[in-house]
Design a protein around this ligand. Structure first.
Ligand code: GLN
Length: 487
């Protein structure tokens, strides 16, 4: 493997700025790596080799002209295929958007480009980000680079696999109920879901608008911090974007942990943890305490309703958001000769959406229908407020919450596909964070007996994403996790 693909995003940007190597050489080494291993891993739905080379050359030309380069100079980045890049596909892992080309850049894409990053390609995902394993992609399942018989997690599994397999230095994903943190945990990466509103969703295809956030998947805290600094900050094009200015998360995440109070929510651990995960949690807590943090137990009594609440609210919002895919405006269209407009809708949606998406649309439409709205959607919103209340109360006593990211390490293909509830349960630890709108991060904290990555999750008050990174940095520094997948 060429040394350039082993470098962090931070070191690539520094090296390109100094002139140690060109952005073009960095892109070439990553394209070579993709050619060598992506046939096995299948992280990318499309590789944009020509535009990536051209963008890298433009960065090199900018440097040659004596201009200052951006934070992510020459850094090869992968984008989940539900984030728009002008002129490129945005399938959302669905047949219904096959052939669709995004007419504009998402705000995050625009900001990456402005920071001189180079977009390498679009990565695989569960259809419309609905899933936890990538098995719901309409195209093919991405494999976990640590064990090709296992899932990379989902829905941002392609982004996670690309970064873990050194096919990109950095990637963006989206997280509605865990879709950045869970694949990060399964692939041995740092995955950050920022506070709701911290990053613009303009140009992200909406799944559940009150829950969706874009965030980075990276091999280090530094890289996640750099990426967050670039993509965050107010955007007038997204009305849910918080009116906060850009921040330097690299600097803000560097402080020590002296005096930091950590809370361990009792209810997350009630069922007991698998021994490997328990070990990772304890080692992580030791590392945090050794750096000056204190740990106490807290109670979040409404945690047990989070899964049910999520599976009413997320499908309800999805059923509304996905109504726009009707065969008229976007992507694929199916229409028998002489058929009516209704038949066009029915044929397009019937053929274009996969089974999990149809299940969610049916669940959501039912929960929103008159007569059932109060019993399901309205009640779920009320319980959501109680869950949020648990977080508010906990954050009066502690600065951060710490939990495992997932109940177990990456599972095998097919292990949970027959039982949607088992699949949904992969996200029990990550869902409440989205319901409360707070930020969460997953950081590698060890390996299972089979050598698979295990992640710990931190959650913080809204707007305190720098604290997430600061705490995760202490776990990273403890060296509980190392190595790279052997491909
Ligand atoms: N796995 C969860 C779901 O299927 C979360 C997905 C996500 O965060 N996009 O809805």
């Amino acid at each position: 493997m060429s040394a350039l693909t082993s470098l962090s995003a931070k070191d690539i940007a520094a090296g390109v700025r100094r002139g140690d190597f060109s952005a073009e050489a960095v892109v070439k080494s990553h394209l070579d790596r993709i050619a060598a291993v992506d046939a096995k891993v299948r992280a990318y739905l499309c590789v944009l080799a020509d535009s990536a080379r051209a963008a890298a050359r433009a960065v090199d030309a900018k440097r040659a002209a004596g201009k200052a380069l951006g934070t992510l100079a020459g850094v090869p980045v992968a984008l989940k295929d539900n984030i728009c890049l002008a002129g490129a596909q945005a399938t959302c892992g669905s047949r219904i958007l096959e052939g669709y080309k995004a007419p504009y850049d998402a705000t995050v894409t625009e900001r990456l480009k402005a920071a001189d990053a180079v977009v390498l390609g679009k990565t695989n995902l569960d259809e419309f980000a609905m899933g936890s394993s990538n098995e719901n992609s309409a195209y093919f399942p991405t494999k976990n680079p640590w064990d090709l018989a296992r899932v990379p997690g989902g829905s941002s599994g392609g982004s996670a696999a690309a970064v873990a397999a050194r096919m990109a230095a950095l990637a963006l994903g989206s997280d509605t109920g865990g879709s950045i943190r869970q694949p990060a945990a399964f692939c041995g990466l740092v995955g950050l879901k920022p506070t709701y509103g911290a990053v613009s969703r303009y140009g992200l295809v909406a799944f559940a608008s009150s829950l969706d956030q874009i965030g980075p998947l990276a091999r280090s805290i530094d890289d996640a911090a750099l990426a967050l600094s670039v993509i965050s900050g107010h955007d007038p094009k997204d009305s849910t974007s918080a009116p906060s200015p850009a921040r330097d998360y690299l600097a803000e995440s560097a402080g020590d942990l002296g005096g930091l109070r950590l809370g361990l929510p009792r209810e997350y651990l009630e069922g007991g943890l698998e021994p490997d995960m328990q070990g990772a949690l304890e080692s992580g807590l030791d590392a945090l305490k050794a750096r000056g943090a204190s740990v106490r137990e807290v109670s979040m009594p409404h945690t047990r309703y989070a899964l049910s609440v999520y599976y009413v609210i997320a499908p309800s919002e999805a059923s509304s958001n996905l109504a726009r895919f009707d065969g008229v405006r976007y992507g694929a269209r199916r229409h028998g000769a002489g058929g009516s407009l209704l038949e066009l809708y029915e044929e397009t949606r019937g053929a274009g959406f996969g089974p999990e998406v149809k299940r969610r649309i049916m669940l959501g439409t039912y929960a929103l229908s008159s007569g059932y709205y109060d019993a399901f959607y309205l009640k779920a919103q009320k319980v959501r407020t109680l869950i949020k209340g648990d977080f508010d109360a906990a954050f009066k006593d502690v600065d951060l919450l710490v939990t495992p990211t997932t109940p177990s390490a990456a599972f095998r293909f097919g292990e949970k596909t027959d039982d949607p509830l088992q699949m949904y349960l992969s996200d029990v630890f990550t869902l409440p964070c989205n319901l409360a709108g707070v930020g969460g991060v997953s950081v590698p904290a060890g390996k299972s007996a089979q050598g698979l990555p295990l992640g710990l999750q931190f959650m913080a008050r809204p707007g305190e994403d720098h604290l997430l990174l600061r705490a995760a940095r202490a776990v990273e520094a403890a060296g509980l996790f190392s190595g790279e997948p052997d491909l």
